[in-house]
Ligand binder design. Structure first.
Ligand SMILES: *[C@@H]1O[C@H](CO)[C@@H](O)[C@H](O)[C@H]1NC(C)=O
Ligand SMILES: *[C@@H]1O[C@H](CO)[C@@H](O)[C@H](O)[C@H]1NC(C)=O
Ligand SMILES: *[C@@H]1O[C@H](CO)[C@@H](O)[C@H](O)[C@H]1NC(C)=O
Ligand SMILES: *[C@@H]1O[C@H](CO)[C@@H](O)[C@H](O)[C@H]1NC(C)=O
Length: 256
């Protein structure tokens, strides 16, 4: 009986972990309510027009942003206010709800600089290159490699989570041994994947310190922050890691 209770508890934990990971995977694949709300990282470009205005002073900045939510992205059709990055694509929003997403690709790279540059007119992208040179935000080589690696770790971690859940349902001591091994492996992969994303975002956030002074106040030109997807990944890791204990106990105590 105790064994059944243990494996039930472990199954609930790995089920929750799997559910959280499914949410992480659908983040930013389109702009409907749930995917829209989930991103690994967010970039707020609202203050950027003022930064350029200061750089180009006294020339005015015209048509940097577009307010057309359905304008295609990546073809210099105008900068958007908010960019959100998921595991398979990124979306650009003109306001809180209206935006457009890139095509989905497996192992989509986290390239905030490329995303914003490809939306703004050529003369602004040259100035942007100068303004952002030397920041991690601008370092697409580093961000590309890290985010690609993190994607595969999270994908494999998700597969381990699903397999741990399914093998845990088979009432055999050997199955519980496989479940606990998969839970150990899966939590390790999720831990490293989430850690890579956390480090990437922390380093990219350094760009938040770049400000432009307007009158009395300093306005950040770009605001980078972690999105709910990162927290969900950490939560999935925590659930799966905790499930290791009851899976291992089931392994020892279940006599089915
Ligand atoms: C983006 O930043 C601006 C200020 O620069 C702020 O007013 C706005 O609420 C931010 N948008 C989001 C979605 O965080
Ligand atoms: C917005 O962009 C779409 C796609 O390019 C275009 O068809 C539409 O006419 C644009 N709307 C406005 C108001 O410019
Ligand atoms: C966002 O923009 C879209 C298209 O421009 C518009 O239809 C919608 O009302 C806006 N939503 C908000 C909350 O401003
Ligand atoms: C996105 O996919 C559509 C349809 O498959 C294609 O026509 C378009 O060229 C793609 N865009 C990019 C940027 O790859």
């Amino acid at each position: 009986m105790r064994g059944e209770l243990c494996v039930g508890f472990a199954s609930v934990l790995s089920f929750v972990a799997l559910l959280l990971l499914i949410f992480v995977h659908v983040g930013q694949i389109n702009t409907s309510t749930v995917p829209r709300g989930i991103a690994m990282a967010k970039v707020n470009m609202s203050g950027y027009g003022q930064a350029l205005a200061a750089a180009f002073n006294p020339d005015p900045i015209n048509d940097l942003y577009t307010s057309n939510a359905s304008a295609p992205i990546g073809v210099q059709a105008g900068l958007r206010q908010i960019y959100e990055f998921g595991l398979y694509s990124h979306c650009a929003y003109v306001n809180k709800t209206a935006g457009r997403c890139s095509n989905t690709t497996v192992a989509n790279k986290f390239l905030p600089y490329d995303a914003v540059i490809s939306d703004m007119a050529m003369n602004y992208s040259q100035a942007t290159d100068i303004i952002l040179k030397g920041t991690t935000f601008h370092n697409s080589g580093y961000l590309g490699t890290q985010s690609k690696a993190a994607y595969y770790l999270i994908l494999l971690g998700s597969i381990c989570t699903a397999l741990a859940l399914f093998t845990g349902v088979i009432k055999r001591t050997v199955a519980f041994f496989i479940s606990s091994s998969l839970a150990v492996l899966g939590s390790f992969l999720l831990l490293v994947g989430a850690a890579l994303w956390t480090v990437m975002i922390k380093k990219t956030e350094a760009v938040n310190d770049k400000t432009v002074t307007l009158g009395q106040s300093a306005i950040p030109i770009i605001m980078v922050s972690a999105g709910p997807g990162l927290f969900l990944t950490w939560a999935a890791f925590a659930c799966l890691a905790v499930s290791i204990v009851p899976y291992m106990l089931s392994c020892c105590t279940f006599r089915g």
